[in-house]
Ligand binder design. Structure first.
Ligand SMILES: [Zn+2]
Length: 66
């Protein structure tokens, strides 16, 4: 099993604060929701895994789902 963790910084879509997140590098793209450490609102994290296995993290607010 080839599991890797990568830590990175993203800007919260609500409060704009830089927060550190640890993402899991999996075989395929995935999404999860985690509360902002600063404003405690739910951030939707989308991790896109490229063909070379490089993760690209993007975030959006939960409201944009609806
Ligand atoms: Zn925030």
């Amino acid at each position: 099993m080839n599991e890797a963790l990568q830590s990175t910084y993203v800007g919260c879509p609500y409060c704009g604060e830089s927060i550190e997140v640890v993402i899991e590098v999996l075989d395929e793209s995935y999404e999860y929701i985690e509360d902002c450490q600063v404003c405690c609102r739910p951030i939707v994290f989308h991790v896109e895994i490229s063909w070379s296995g490089e993760p690209t993290l993007s975030v959006r607010s939960e409201n944009e789902l609806f």
